[in-house]
Design a protein around this ligand. Structure first.
Ligand code: ADP
Ligand code: GLC
Length: 478
């Protein structure tokens, strides 16, 4: 039996700000239970879902040294769908309305969490063969493992994996403070270890010290070896390329299932979508005050509103796009300029644009089910899950060919009758607009072709089946 511990800063259904939580929440369930015991450890945030907070069971507590400080570490536990989840409790670090706040506070918060997660293991009696770390918040785990912890027999043979969900976020702060916060000796703060460009960098530490590094699509694994996508670490990614693997994400096919989804107005599947999917569109148009029109091309966007997702292209083109025969529904939160942009266009084009500037799981499912197309023109995209959710619901993705978008959306080829979506190559607003117009043309003029696109989209398999096997192989290899 191989034992694996996921260490992460978020995990559905407990706490989520983005796709990281979806992955950490769904992947552990997809390993063969006879072969793998995969457990998860995350912080116990005050802002986590109340219903779960009340179910957590106290396991133990202890005081941990973090350089010169003594800190309380509580450990709580919950078993759900056969998976053991552990929660690190410390009200000083994990209160607050959101999991993340000021970077300098987060730097200390996640140093604490990383060390506490390892320190708790002997006490809870779980000795993983592999510690699987996710993103910069857990970048110190492989470092600590090779440092102090390595000396004890309990940790000596533990291997670590660092998975990069987004290279843009690295956890950077000045060396002096980080030395003080982490208690790591000066030895670690050189350019071949934690230091990058004069500062301390958690993710870099994780990448340097982990036994293997993965990222969430094959294309992104290649892209980050180049300066444009490398976020100043492309040299390191090239240096680590012999143990850098791209494994594309999957999604939870039970949770995202148009046949059973409790959030949507009308269930449907790959056989019945021609008749039934439209009922979701009607319901959504009505709910959001869009013009009631079955035939109108409805484009959805569900996203963090950040530069990463290509919103400057949309900002540039939105007026012109709104001259077309289409409707937009947006669900997202993020940078104020984009929130206000969508509010503005909803005001300017009532009945045509619906801007929903908040977070809602229910509405996100309704959008995946109701729309004809889903627009995701990302500047970069390590994997992207929204396009996978769209495919699952037969909503045709329109994407830029980058990262995981390139690997999961196959462009429509009208001559061969292949493809599951539409894509464009260059980060250029008119290129995006042209492909949107092309999609509209197929939708309006070639309905049978459009429906065949939906057939192929719904037949594509982005459950975890294939990718969980790849992680399993990697666990064995280590
Ligand atoms: P990222 O992790 O970069 O934000 P992904 O596509 O991997 O992008 O994952 C985004 C996840 O967050 C999806 O599950 C998407 O449905 C969800 N999401 C984003 N914004 C919202 C929102 N405002 N309300 C509900 N779900 C959202
Ligand atoms: C990050 C990336 C996104 C990816 C997600 C889960 O948030 O931005 O592309 O799908 O992590 O791996």
């Amino acid at each position: 039996m191989k034992k694996v511990l996921f260490v992460a800063s978020e995990c559905v259904p407990f706490i989520k700000t983005g796709g990281l939580a979806d992955v950490v929440g769904s992947l552990p369930k997809c390993f063969n239970k006879e072969e793998f015991d995969v457990r998860v450890i995350i912080p116990k945030y005050q802002c986590m879902r109340e219903d779960f907070k009340n179910q957590l069971q106290y396991v133990t507590h202890f005081y941990m040294e973090l350089n010169w400080r003594q800190q309380y570490v509580g450990v709580l536990h919950l078993e759900r769908d056969g998976i053991h989840y552990y929660f690190i409790d410390n009200e000083y670090y994990f209160s607050g309305p959101k999991p993340y706040g000021n970077i300098h506070e987060d730097i200390e918060k996640f140093a604490f969490f990383s060390r506490a997660a390892l320190s708790a293991l002997p006490l809870i009696g779980f000795q993983p063969d592999i510690v699987h770390c996710h993103d910069w918040q857990t970048g110190l785990v492989p470092v600590y493992l090779k440092d102090k912890f390595h000396e004890g027999p309990f940790f000596a043979n533990m291997k670590s994996i660092m998975t990069i969900h987004n290279l843009k976020f690295q956890g950077i702060w000045d060396v002096k403070s980080v030395k003080d916060i982490t208690g790591l000796p000066a030895y670690y703060f050189t350019p071949d270890k934690l230091e990058a460009y004069g500062d301390a960098n958690y993710l870099k530490g994780g990448i340097v010290y982990a036994d293997a590094v993965t990222t969430v699509s094959q294309t992104y694994a290649e892209e980050i070896k180049m300066p444009f996508y490398g976020e100043h670490l492309d040299g390191l990614m090239r240096a680590r390329s012999n143990c850098l693997y791209g494994i594309v994400n999957g999604i939870d096919y039970d949770e995202y299932n148009p046949e059973t989804d409790p959030f949507i107005a009308q269930h449907y599947n790959a056989r019945t979508f021609r008749k039934e999917k439209i009922k979701n569109k009607r319901a959504l148009q009505q709910e959001l005050g869009l013009e009631q029109n079955d035939g109108r091309f409805l484009i959805g966007i569900v996203s963090r509103l950040t530069d990463q997702k290509g919103f400057d292209l949309i900002a540039y083109m939105m007026d012109e796009m709104c001259q077309q025969d289409l409707q937009f529904v947006i669900l997202g939160t993020g940078e104020e300029k984009y929130e206000n942009m969508f509010r503005h266009f909803a005001w300017k084009y009532p009945g045509k644009v619906s801007a929903n500037i908040f977070y809602s799981e229910g509405l996100s499912h309704k959008i995946y089910a109701a729309c004809d197309a889903f627009l995701m023109p990302s500047l970069f995209e390590p994997c992207g899950l929204s396009q996978l959710m769209s495919l699952r619901y037969g909503t045709i993705p329109i994407v830029r060919e980058t990262g995981g978008l390139k690997d999961t959306v196959w462009p429509y080829n009208e001559y061969e009758g292949t493809g599951t979506g539409f894509s464009f190559a260059n980060y250029n607003a008119h290129e995006m607009f042209n492909i949107v117009k092309y999609a509209m043309y197929v939708y309006y003029q070639k309905k049978r072709e459009w429906n065949k696109l939906i057939d192929r989209a719904m037949a594509a398999d982005f459950s975890w089946n294939t990718s969980a096997k790849k992680y399993a192989e990697l666990y064995y290899r280590l």
